[in-house]
Design a protein around this ligand. Structure first.
Ligand SMILES: *Cc1c(COP(=O)(O)O)cnc(C)c1O
Length: 224
């Protein structure tokens, strides 16, 4: 199937109110162009350098999402380039985003990445660390938190569903609270293999790579 066919199929499967983020990591600009021609405007990359290269060589009405691990020393490159950072995963990183975006007089939109499966190999905030990072976010002037992102542990449909449910509960709990700089609007969960279950469990944004662009030839960081 062509990229266009893939997107049309996904549009049938994804209900209104759920956003499709096309994860274009490792894919060439020509592939992104095909998706763009099918109406996609939200693209996700997991590496800062690759995101910057694509920003430079692609349409300027695209919204670029950083979905991969972000090192503090790379934050400065994202000002004016990134629409949403999905991978706010430590207080150290938060403070650097606040500092760098503050210096540029900009506001960074972010999602708190939760390590819902408590996996050593994955970054993200543990549930019990949430209150600490929320306190820190409330003190910021140049960071907004728009929601939560998760990458769940590899597993079967049943375990996927459990992790999505668990994340949704945290999302709803935080949504009811009135924290400064935090507005729980986006629940970023679900990838090619599990997005349907993620949507059933309340996802508002699915990050689909191979389901849009076809198989990737090599593995890259952040994958299950
Ligand atoms: C690669 C990646 C995706 C997309 O994965 P697919 O299996 O290709 O849909 C989603 N989220 C993150 C964080 C990723 O790194």
């Amino acid at each position: 199937m062509s990229i266009k066919d893939n997107i049309n199929k996904l549009r049938m499967e994804i209900p209104e109110g759920v956003e499709l983020l096309a994860v274009s990591k490792t894919k060439p600009i020509e592939d992104l162009e095909e998706a763009y021609q099918s109406g996609i405007r939200d693209f996700g990359e997991n590496k800062v350098q690759e995101l910057l290269n694509k920003v430079e060589h692609f349409h300027n009405d695209v919204r670029w999402h950083l979905i991969g691990q972000l090192q503090s020393n790379k934050v400065k490159y994202l000002v004016d380039k990134v629409y949403l950072i999905h991978s706010l995963s430590s207080i150290k990183l938060l403070n650097e985003i606040e500092r760098v975006f503050g210096k540029a007089n900009k506001v960074a939109k972010t999602l708190i990445q939760i390590n819902i499966g408590r996996e050593e190999s994955k970054s993200g905030i543990l549930e019990e660390e949430l209150s600490e990072i929320i306190d820190a976010v409330e003190k910021c002037h140049n960071v907004l938190v728009k929601g939560i992102m998760v990458i769940i542990p590899k597993g079967d449909d049943e375990s996927n569903r459990e992790y999505f449910k668990k994340t949704k509960r945290i999302f709803e709990y935080l949504k009811k609270r009135d924290y400064k700089n935090i507005n729980m609007e986006i629940l970023s969960m679900g990838m090619t293999q599990d997005f349907k279950i993620a949507i059933e469990e309340g996802s508002t944004l699915v990050r689909v790579g191979q389901g849009v662009f076809g198989k990737r030839n090599y593995n890259v960081g952040g994958e299950k």
